[in-house]
Design a protein around this ligand. Structure first.
Ligand SMILES: [Zn+2]
Ligand SMILES: [Zn+2]
Length: 280
């Protein structure tokens, strides 16, 4: 595995990336701009080129881009939907400039239209956008905890979207805390085994491109998305030990989105992954 961490924006890209490298991380995730704003914000091509070169020099790969939270490709509101489509396009273009192979997207909320209608709109929107996206950047659908009208908490739902496209056109990011919130019991070896079996049955592990490693603060099946430090939540040491000791591809990126990112906890969480048998 290649352990990484979601990188804070405060402190600057270069300093933060060097800090991650020093701690022993080999991958990183960033927001392309303000995660809660419709405007991506200007980026100087030369600055992006410098960032890309630094990531290469430090062998931080992949550098993953996480979409701004506002994007909702399943929104029944036409204005919101159009803005989401546009912001996703900008995010994909920004990812290409960073040399990033992956953009992580939450599958959105149907807003009362129903799961079927939401998934249909999501597929239709991606189908219209995909040909415009830059080559070499893949969209990864992230599983959600399923709060409110969120789509994508069940593997079946992610599979519906994935299978509407040729194999490999899209990928999946599996977030452990979201899965826990959605009711997938990752707290024991048996639970991990069953969850991965379900993933394989509905989606196929070959489509899993990225792991988000987060322990969960909320209850199993609570549909609440609250991240906790590795080993300190519902999944706990036993769950992570089982998960980390699967036969993962050597280059599988596994990114922490644990609380207090950018502080001393990053190192502690990495140490905990290694202690539990993770090789990254
Ligand atoms: Zn996410
Ligand atoms: Zn996540």
């Amino acid at each position: 595995m290649r352990f990484g961490v979601h990188m804070a924006q405060k402190g600057g890209f270069a300093a933060n990336l060097r800090r991650l490298k020093e701690m022993g991380f080999r991958s990183a995730q960033i927001f392309p701009g303000n995660p809660t704003a419709w405007k991506m914000g200007a980026a100087h091509p030369r600055e992006l080129e410098r960032r890309r070169a630094l990531a290469e020099e430090l062998e931080i790969r992949p550098l993953v881009i996480h979409c701004p939270y506002l994007i909702n490709l399943a929104s029944p509101n036409p204005d919101f939907h159009e803005r989401s489509r546009e912001l996703l396009r900008q995010t994909m273009e920004r990812a290409a400039l960073y040399g990033s192979p992956y953009v992580v997207l939450h599958t959105g909320n149907h807003g009362g239209a129903g799961i079927e209608a939401g998934l249909e709109l999501l597929v239709e929107t991606i189908a219209g956008e995909l040909p415009r996206w830059p080559a070499g950047v893949k969209l990864l659908l992230e599983n959600t905890a399923g709060s409110g009208t969120a789509l994508g908490s069940r593997f079946e739902e992610l599979a519906r979207v994935l299978k509407a496209f040729p194999p490999g056109a899209l990928g999946v990011c599996f977030d452990t805390a979201h899965a826990w919130g959605a009711g997938y019991d990752l707290g024991s070896a048996r639970g991990v085994e069953q969850t991965l079996e379900q993933f394989e049955k509905h989606i196929g592990l070959e489509h899993l491109c990225l792991l988000h490693l987060n322990d969960a603060k909320a209850g199993l099946g609570s549909r609440v998305d609250r991240h906790e430090h590795i080993g300190c939540g519902g999944i706990g040491r036993e769950g992570f030990r089982a998960l980390l000791n699967q036969d993962w591809p050597e280059d599988m990126p596994a990114i922490l989105e644990t609380p207090e990112m950018g502080g001393p906890w990053d190192r502690r969480n990495l140490e905990m992954l290694v202690e539990l048998g993770g090789v990254g």
